[in-house]
Design a binder for this molecule. Structure first.
Ligand code: KG4
Ligand code: ZN
Length: 352
């Protein structure tokens, strides 16, 4: 089965074609990734310090068809060889989602092929299985850390997700982005804050570890951002932040957020008596998080898995792959219903 995946939930237009044969033969699913193309709109939104929804939708319209053609070429596939089309149905920006949904449904109607709406976070959640050396068995605990979400999930199978804990306010990626803004770094701030933190010394600034000892598996990052703001204000009383202060603040912020993410992940594994952790979403690319998780998981005898770095942030491969996995499990899910709706707000545990 060949599945074409289309992702347009935010500021990346992603397209990919996945073939299920290697995986049916017991090989890592990543071998079935025949081709993919991605266009990031980051440069367009950078001047605004964040994603402008209307600009995002218009750009998706411009990019999506050329990217589909590019992916078909790279995959040496024709449209006739595509067995099903998967697209991101939500959550995300309504206008941006509508672009992917209309293209997917229009194409499916023209080709008379089944089509399936995918939950964006399910795409992230399953993306570690695309790593070329992936050997991940269900059940596992997933730490989903992106620009819009921070959740710990219990994953017992494809489509079987229970939320163990989540953020009560800002998402981890959002906290990185807001801290970057306070430090005068450009959007998206995660990679920039992470790089700057490497130049700082731990302990110079000690920020709070919100909810680390709350006893549950929820997170809260709004207070951490406020502490960073307070420190920035103190350091700018007599002039702009110097580069040393910036690096020390970045280090203090990264140490605090990583400590909470790692500690809650380990608690989730212990509470659910599981030995496998899967990390997904944009913040999953963070070096300091990966290093700290390696150490903590090794100590606890836990195996930890990540998507390949280029598949941590939004992409079409994860949507094609999630579509293929869902259809393998339940072929009835794909429909030839050409009406479409998108779900800008869609809790993952409401996925039927
Ligand atoms: O998963 P993603 O591409 O989009 C959403 O679904 O939200 O995640 C984007 C988020 C942004 O907030 C970005 O700053 C963050 O992931 N991010 C990082 C890193 N790379 C991306 N945060 C920390 N360290 C990184 N290396
Ligand atoms: Zn995402």
């Amino acid at each position: 089965m060949r599945v074409l995946g289309i992702e347009t939930s935010c500021d990346e237009t992603g397209v990919a074609i996945v073939d299920t044969s290697p995986w049916e033969a017991g090989e890592p699913a990543g071998k079935g990734l025949l081709g993919q193309a991605l266009y990031s709109q980051i440069a367009m939104h950078v001047d605004y310090g964040g994603v402008v929804p209307e600009l995002a939708s218009r750009d998706h319209i411009k990019r999506v068809i050329p990217l589909i053609n590019q992916t078909l070429k790279e995959s040496k596939s024709t449209l006739k060889e595509i067995d099903a089309i998967a697209y991101t149905q939500g959550p995300g920006l309504a206008g941006a989602l509508l672009v992917g949904a209309s293209v997917a449904k229009g194409l499916a109607l023209a080709l008379n092929k089944p089509v399936l709406g995918i939950h964006h976070l399910e795409g992230h959640l399953l993306s570690p299985l695309l790593a070329s050396n992936a050997n991940i068995q269900f059940p596992f605990v997933a730490l989903l850390v992106s620009g819009g979400h921070t959740q710990l999930m219990e994953v017992t199978g494809v489509g079987e997700y229970a939320i163990l804990g989540e953020t009560l306010d800002d998402a981890a990626g959002e906290a990185f982005d807001k801290t970057a803004k306070l430090l005068g770094l450009s959007y998206p701030g995660g990679p920039a804050v992470s790089a700057l933190a490497k130049l700082g010394t731990s302990g110079t600034y000690q920020f709070p570890r919100p909810m680390k000892h709350s006893g549950d598996l929820d997170f809260s990052f709004a207070g951490l951002k406020t502490s960073v703001l307070t420190q920035v204000k103190k350091n700018t009383q007599n002039g702009p932040l110097n580069s040393i202060d910036k690096a020390q603040i970045a280090r203090g912020f990264v140490d605090a957020i990583i400590e909470v993410l790692v500690s809650k992940s380990i608690s989730a594994l212990k509470k659910s008596s599981m030995k496998t952790l899967v990390v997904a979403g944009g913040v999953g690319a963070n070096e300091q998080l990966r290093e700290a998780l390696e150490v903590a998981c090794q100590k606890e005898g836990i195996a930890v898995h990540y998507p390949p770095l280029h598949l941590c942030t939004d992409n079409g491969a994860m949507i094609a792959f999630a579509g293929a996995m869902r259809l393998k499990k339940n072929p009835q899910l794909a429909s030839k219903d050409w009406g479409f709706d998108v779900r800008p707000r869609w809790p993952l545990d409401q996925l039927s």
